[in-house]
Design a protein. Structure first.
Length: 84
């Protein structure tokens, strides 16, 4: 993934996060990014972030989201997620 963050406000930044993954699927399948927290669906695929693709991009799936990040303790952010 890639990320660009704006200026901090009260120790938080609103990061623009782009996920791009190569996943070969069957027609009609969906691909999700899941992880901890409400934004990533608490590890539940149907509650995670749905990726998209199209004929010219397949098998690359992608999406861009806004993600609030807490930088009060460190400017190095670790993020746990998986693609399902």
């Amino acid at each position: 993934f890639t990320s660009v963050a704006n200026h901090p406000s009260n120790g938080f930044v609103n990061a623009t996060v782009t996920f791009r993954v190569r996943v070969e699927t069957n027609f009609g399948d969906d691909v999700y990014v899941v992880g901890p927290g409400d934004l990533l669906g608490e590890w539940t695929p149907k509650q995670g972030v749905l990726l998209r693709t199209h004929e010219e991009a397949y098998p690359v799936w992608f999406t861009t989201i806004q993600m609030p990040l807490d930088i009060r303790k460190s400017r190095d952010i670790e993020m746990e997620y998986k693609v399902v």
